[in-house]
Write a protein that binds this ligand. Sequence first.
Ligand SMILES: [Cu+2]
Length: 313
Amino acid sequence: MYSNLSNFSEGVDSTFVIIFSIIAIFLVGLTCTLIYFLIRYREKKNPVPTQIKGNVWLEIIWVIIPIVLVMGMFYYGWMAWIPMLSKAPADAIEIKTTAQMWSWRFEYENGKKTDSLIIPVGRPVVLKMISPDVIHSLYIPAFRIKRDIVPGRIVEMWFEANKEGSYDLFCAEYCGLQHSFMTTSVNVLSQDKYDNWYIDTTEIIQIMVTPGAAGLKLIKDNGCIACHSLDGSKLVGPSYKNIFGHEVEVSTNGINRALLVDAEYIKNSIYNPDDDIVKGFRKGLMRSYKNELTDKDIEQITIYIKTLSDKKE
Ligand SMILES: [Cu+2]
């Protein structure tokens, strides 16, 4: 009956089953009593009902029973919750997690970054979560865990996955326009596969030899593609396709003008996104990446954006 996919799932599931059973018993019991009383004491049979003016024992019973039931529900909930709040085991794998409008970024102890969570089976993992913009909430339904991520704080959540597989990971706190796009997965690998992935450098080598690959990786890792498509389709922000070397119509301080998309424009759009708003898009939806992307990163991103354009200069 219980999910056993994480070390916390049994506690949460048993609390759920207990609360649900109590509710179900009351729903059925009260409905049956109601129907019975409707028939048994209908007006035709009881034209002059007896007035009952209080019954001490009945009142004591209906105070005591609900207290016991509610305290029981509280007890099970509390017992399932305490281990979640406890400190992560000292050998837990630490993963820096960034929740941002509207994507996830996971950074591992060796500097690897991914947009989906990758963890080994049977090892405690602690997510150190931050948000640079608004409140998000990391939710893994299969593991029965969820925690809000409040800007300005590092929020910790630890758990241990019991079974290999791929499970959904959601943002469970409405965080703006593309909130529903904030879904990814947690991939639980065997220790061997995890170790291989962890030390695998082919991606890094590939990035060094393929033009634009480093830029694409930066675009993915920083969640840019949540709002900027690579294929020309319109999302919250303009697509990267066929913009380099082309003129765009922008609004600068309320004045419309045409601008050539070059390295300088791309850099300024990343550092000061509200300076020049492309026609058909809205102001105030993107934050500045001044503290997150260096000039070198932006050079790489520009190289990648060039590869998506029919004009190279
Ligand atoms: Cu969110």
